[in-house]
Design a protein around this ligand. Structure first.
Ligand SMILES: C[S@@+](CC[C@H](N)C(=O)[O-])C[C@H]1O[C@@H](n2cnc3c(N)ncnc32)[C@H](O)[C@@H]1O
Length: 202
């Protein structure tokens, strides 16, 4: 990967491959979202290359982060080490929807969810209900609500928001790079600053 692109997106010479570069969120967004997790004990899923983990670890009291792919987890460990934040993070390898994995997790008071949208190619239509994301966003949210009501969930910019109508009260934030809407972040519980739509632009 081009080191300049990596530095511009993530802030340092982190370890990435093409997939973790694309799936990792721009550091200006991750810093903005992570502010709401200040002082909290956070469950993160999914770790990927660890870029959201870095932002969360800078603000949170403690982060436990779950990832199913061992190669990505290894990258994330290296990146947290590089950021000097390894001691604030517990890495768990496994499927976050697996009861055995979940039963071993510590108590948390907030969660950050960043499922994989792009698993079936560029023509893929994103759904929240009967979700085709990995892990499925609807099942993931339901599972994590059992641990905490304070949740942030990253969703694709092209999502049909009518699918979100049955969810508990939340803030739906649109995040823009210039004029380009890059993603949604849904905030539930104490992480929401208000109900309804908000915008964040860089
Ligand atoms: C969008 S990426 C996360 C990117 C990450 N937030 C970052 O900053 O790099 C989604 C990750 O979810 C992982 N994943 C998919 N299904 C999972 C599951 N059932 N349990 C845990 N992790 C899963 C994928 O391997 C992928 O690394």
């Amino acid at each position: 990967m081009d080191a300049e692109l990596v530095r511009a997106k993530f802030g340092d010479d982190y370890c990435v491959d093409e997939q973790t570069f694309v799936m990792g969120i721009d550091r200006r967004f991750t810093a903005h979202i992570a502010e709401r997790f200040r002082g909290r004990r956070v469950l993160e899923t999914c770790t990927g290359g660890g870029f959201t983990t870095i932002a969360l670890a800078r603000e949170a009291e403690q982060v436990v982060t779950v990832e199913i792919d061992p190669a990505r987890q290894a990258q994330a460990v290296r990146n947290l080490e590089r950021a000097g934040l390894l001691d604030r993070v517990t890495f768990v390898w496994g499927d976050v929807l697996d009861d055995q994995v979940c039963s071993g997790l510590p108590e948390v008071d907030a969660a950050f969810l960043d499922p994989d949208w792009a698993v079936t190619g560029p023509e893929h239509v994103h759904h929240f209900l009967d979700s085709t994301m990995r892990p499925p966003a609807d099942a993931l949210l339901e599972r994590v609500f059992r641990a905490t009501g304070n949740v942030a969930l990253i969703m694709p910019p092209g999502l049909d928001v009518r699918e979100l109508e049955g969810l508990p009260v939340h803030e739906r934030q649109r995040l823009y790079l210039g004029e380009s809407r890059e993603l949604y972040c849904l905030y539930f519980g104490e992480l929401a600053s208000q109900e309804g739509e908000t915008d964040f632009r860089v």
